[in-house]
Design a protein around this ligand. Sequence first.
Ligand code: LLP
Length: 471
Amino acid sequence: MSTTHEAGWAHASGALRGPTWLREPLDPNALVPQLWSDHARKVDGVLEVAGVKLTDLVAEHGSPAYVLDEDDFRARARAFRDAFADFDVYYAGKAFLSVAVAKWIAEEGLCLDVCSSGELLVAQRAGVDMARVGYHGNNKTPAEIARAVELGVGRIIVDSFDEVARVTALGERRSGAGEPDVRVMVRVTAGVEAHTHEYIATAHEDQKFGFSITSGDAFEAVRRLSEAPGVTLLGLHSHIGSQIFDSSGFEVAARRVLALHARVASELGVTMPEMDLGGGFGIAYTTQDDPSTPARLAAEMAAIVAHECRGLGISAPRLSIEPGRAIVGPSMCTVYEVGTVKDVALDGGATRLYVSVDGGMSDNIRTALYDADYSCTLANRSSEAPPRLARVVGKHCEAGDVVVKDEFLPSDVTAGDLLAVPATGAYCRSMASNYNHALRPPVVAVRNGASRVIVRRETEEDLLATDMGES
Ligand code: LLP
């Protein structure tokens, strides 16, 4: 018999081995604490988050569901606020945003980064002080910019010469009418591409965001904005990537951005009061990841900036950062119900255990999209059965619909069991889709033994609401 396999993790061949970093656990029931929110624990095999048993939560709210540990979220927000006490901390709402979460962010004293008119609407509905909101995006229309400015948004991050023209025209109109200035930052590409444990320093970045420093575009954008009536130029903005563990990428970026900041001061005589170094701080999805702490990040970033400013002979601008994933990511988990379990024969006589759950790529696209690694645990009981390597898949009509590529689960995992996947707070609900007309799951906040829905499950009526039918 001959079988052909395409390359890649989705097409196993030969003996069944997990990735090298994945160790077979002594007890597959045990939680790996660093992957879970602070108030997650198992009691007689049942996973509890903030005192709420996930068995009860599913009985009340259904499955699948995102479970958000409110106190854990707030504690992570406060940890960034306190560690970066000399900075402004903007929570990046793209990671996950709802009206409740926007309120928590404001209550904990953080600012908010939005990158669309939809996210801005959520901030508005939550009653967030617009002066503490930053507005991003690489394609903001004149109407979107005008609306944000009218709402009193604290800073618009300008991303192209088209936007320079839009902001300049708006500033001119506003100054003519005696209205307050449009407050802007300039998004620059520092020529650093950072991802996880590596960063690449490049002369040019072949991507859509920001103005290149090396080409001179960034300086030119700053020049035009600094001369524009009705526009207040706050400073430069740089975001180098996501899920970063190593501060050397920030160091190279800060050096390049501060050099531009100093050049603007010496050549244009303009001292910009602020600078934003973006987000991107990594979290633990599996045992491979060893994230830093806000305190260590703050100390490193402050030292990098102080060192560069000394070298340039300038005083440091007021700094800000924009963490998203590092605040909400570990605070949330997703609970699913197992529907089918299947042994699939592979080459060489091994079999892979496919465990199908009642969600999938519509509630977590990250495995399919980024080849992301996740882990999971049995959430409704303990098991004496030995661990077995399994692949957790969704219920979508697509072979790449994988939730957890490799995990050791008790080998008696069966239909009706609950599985919980940690660290799904960032870029899961916010990137969820209705693929295959799936209903997007609710976000259930848990705290002190009580649960409450902060984003409800979609209904069949929601699904059909935009379908105009045949008439
Ligand atoms: N600031 C800016 C300007 C950004 O573009 C981003 C993320 C952040 C802050 C927040 O980054 P964080 O701290 O959350 O890493 N969907 C991808 C991530 C895309 C991030 C886009 N920008 C994922 O699921 O990994």
